[in-house]
Design a protein around this ligand. Structure first.
Ligand SMILES: C[S@@+](CC[C@H](N)C(=O)[O-])C[C@H]1O[C@@H](n2cnc3c(N)ncnc32)[C@H](O)[C@@H]1O
Length: 428
């Protein structure tokens, strides 16, 4: 069977050479939101079953698993559940908060936090202040367009919840509450969540009918979240540790030869034309006042457009990407200028992964295909070519079609990503 033929068929999985595999990587019927994975959405989230299988196969118990593009922390959660220590970094402050919360066990009794009592007090105070018309004002300074994305009364409720959360003393509990607030803000916003594009508000007629109940949503979400964190805490083997922190994958602050395995899903291209993690997180970043860090999109792979495009295309150490971009460069030099730096940044991050990994260990990359000016680009091939340049050997690859899209994946160029590959490399 040809590789192209099999990619079009949703149930058949193939290796890089086009061999049909008997193992299913689609996980089309699997629950992908168990335990803390269900705390909050994140774009292009890795499904936990894939992280689990990769960790199980390519790392040893007690080892240290790194995810240098940790996003919402899927790898970190699964590594901990399987008795590995995990290290995660990202440039998006909201992703870092979410990854930390998802991978932090909490003993609520020891933290002296009782969700029921907290919610009862919050509900009571909210009712009183609403009756007295004493809810806080919409915090217009947190976002230049706040009242475009939220109704004014929703803003007052969200700000009330924000102030209540500030009073909570335990750091881990307060971080969990920030995640619950972020989910509440997202679900109470004016965003048309059925639209394929994230950045669109509801049509005016729908907006009139739109009557969110932020405090009610917060109440339900918090009860559900406490259950999830409690079950995760019970399931994590004693002694598994997770460390999450800000980090640019192009210059990792980790010692050489200090990591036993990498399991990660890098971005598929420059944020502007592929998945916009920073764009997607901007309302959460605003509500949680996470703005004190550098603008995440400026640090994302491929942010700065290229100069000396023709020369750079020639130097690109991926034959597959070089071919596509040299075909395009005469017709659309601007588009090539935007796309090109990503590949060099991706190579820089692969060099870092190679540096921090111990010898004889594995690096597992989950990559999605993309297109540039409607021309499809096999990111698994590009990954293998760049990884070889960084010193890795290619071990094997698996492919899956993506069965459902939980979040709108449409990119500004209108193309969605529907095939994903698991590329396995080794430092041997
Ligand atoms: C495909 S997502 C990872 C999703 C993650 N596996 C999960 O399950 O949620 C890619 C991530 O790379 C991050 N990223 C982009 N540029 C980065 C850089 N220079 N260094 C570190 N992380 C970066 C984005 O913020 C995004 O969270």
């Amino acid at each position: 069977m040809s590789r192209e033929g099999s990619a079009a068929h949703s149930d058949i999985q193939t290796s890089l050479e086009g061999l049909v595999l008997d193992q299913d990587w689609t996980f089309s019927k699997a629950d992908t939101s168990y335990l803390t994975h269900g705390l909050h959405d994140y774009p292009a989230r890795m499904i936990p079953q894939i992280a689990r299988r990769l960790i199980e196969r390519y790392s040893l118990k007690g080892g240290r698993v790194l995810d240098p593009f940790c996003g919402s922390g899927t790898t970190l959660v699964e590594a901990m559940l399987m008795g590995r220590d995990s290290v995660g970094s990202d440039v998006n402050p909201f992703a870092l908060l979410l990854a930390k919360v998802k991978s932090t066990p909490i003993d609520f009794r020891r933290s002296k936090f009782a969700a029921t009592a907290f919610l009862k007090r919050v509900d009571g105070d909210h009712r009183k202040r609403e009756r007295a018309k004493a809810l806080p004002a919409a915090p217009l300074s947190i976002h230049p367009n706040l009242l475009h994305w939220f109704k004014a009364d929703v803003c007052r409720d969200l700000e009330f919840l924000y102030e209540e959360i500030l009073k909570v003393e335990d750091d881990d509990v307060r971080d969990l509450l920030w995640v619950v607030l972020s989910d509440t803000a997202f679900k109470s916003s004016n965003i048309d969540r059925r639209s394929s594009r994230f950045l669109r508000v509801l049509r005016p007629d729908k907006l009139v009918e739109h009557m969110p109940d932020p405090v009610g949503h917060f109440r339900r979400k918090l009860s559900d979240s406490v259950e999830r964190v409690t079950s995760f805490t019970d399931a994590v083997p004693k002694g598994s540790l997770s460390a999450v922190g800000f980090g640019d994958a192009r210059k990792l602050a980790l010692d050489s030869n200090s990591v036993d395995a990498v399991v990660t899903s890098p971005p598929y291209g420059e944020e502007k034309n592929t998945v916009g993690y920073a764009r997607w997180s901007k309302l959460s970043i605003a509500w949680l006042r996470l703005r004190d860090q550098k603008k995440p999109e400026r640090l994302s792979l491929g942010f700065l457009p290229a100069t000396g495009v023709q020369e750079m295309v020639k130097q690109l150490p991926s034959e597959t990407a070089r071919k596509l971009l040299s075909d395009l460069v005469q017709r659309d030099p601007e588009r090539v200028r935007d796309a090109l730096p990503f590949f060099f940044d991706y190579l820089a991050s692969l060099r870092q992964m190679f540096r921090v990994l111990k010898s004889d260990s594995f690096c597992c990359l989950v990559v999605g295909d993309r297109s540039i000016r409607q021309k499809p680009l096999d990111m698994d091939r590009v990954t293998v070519e760049l990884a070889r340049e960084a010193g890795f050997a290619h071990v094997e690859s698996f492919h899956r079609s993506i069965p459902i899209k939980l979040i709108p994946w449409n990119t500004p160029t209108g193309r969605t990503i529907s095939r994903e590959s698991m590329v396995i490399l080794s430092t041997a």
